[in-house]
Write a protein that binds this ligand. Sequence first.
Ligand code: SF4
Length: 391
Amino acid sequence: MGFSAVYIHVPFCLQKCNYCDFLSFPGKPQAAVVWQYFDGLKKEFALYRERLNGAIFAPNSNVTIYFGGGTPSLMPVEFIAEIITMVKQAAADCGTNVIEITLEANPGTIAQSYLQGLKASGVSRISLGAQSFDDTDLAVMGRLHTAADIKEAVAFCRACGFDNVSLDLIANLPGQTVEKWLTNLQQAVALEVEHLSCYGLHLSEQSPWGKAYALGKLDLPDEDSEIAMWQAGRAYLQEQGYEQYEISNFARQGKACRHNLKYWRRENYLGLGLGAASCYGNYRWSNGETLTDYQGKLGKGRLPIAFQEMLTDEVVLAEGIFLGLRCTEGVSFDVMKAKYGVEIVTVYEKEMKQLEKAGLLFIDEIGMRLSPRGQLLANNVFTAFLPEKPE
Ligand code: SF4
């Protein structure tokens, strides 16, 4: 056993976006706070190494590292470099390598010199939170950047030698139409980025937009428009040579995000930092969400875990299936048998037949995958595999 991926959460953002419910504190963080946080990340990683007697990574597991947030690019590049060196050393001690290092960055706050430092420290992939190419949308979302900043950030990445750049874009924004969504995608494609993540707007109740929506003060596209945007966007990106490899993710050949593929293949991953989640076989846990709790526990030599659970084998199997189904390659019966020791065709015979009949699943002798309609109704498919189904 051992992990094969490390996620590092950086919970700082210069300003909170109006739709966001990610764990991040708004405002420029003080240098001392960032340093303490960085020190905590190193302590946390060292504790895991100690608990696992150094065998933190599975041999030959080809480790990936992902700096997410928040805004990881608010961390000094020397800190990022030191964390990378620490993880690489641990991987080498376990007989494996680090094969991909992604860092999320905000296009409004990324300098070319910073990107140069990231490149020198081994970061191989930059994921830019573009969200939209419409300056009006960006302003109402509370983003700190403009469309011109996105273009400049991609140019900086290229100038620094990054050949793996991803853009995040959000669909179903207030007032967005299929035409506007396609215009966004066209501008992303024109930048020749290798990867695109296209998520539908998700509103948390606590965000300013969530509250406005609850009061009927936010005009969002209706369900038919959402479906039309998703279908038109998918068709357009495929036409442009991007392969859809997951419900919301598209990539040029060979440029799928290897870190996220590990989540969808339900490999063991380690989350470091505030609120970060981890998964190891049947165990799942996540860290506390306050700096005081995080640093306090680490200061006493304890892991900063706030929640943990042990899943039954049935839930682990169901997760393995529905995470796998998120990917367009789908789920292979042989792989499932080797990993979970069961014939899913036997365990889920009834559910699979129903989903196939409803046109949501394609099934053959090798495995199963979501149909395009199944991708739209993915949650219905996933629910069918859970051991305890809602009434
Ligand atoms: S930059 Fe990202 S993490 Fe930070 S507030 Fe905006 S959406 Fe949330």
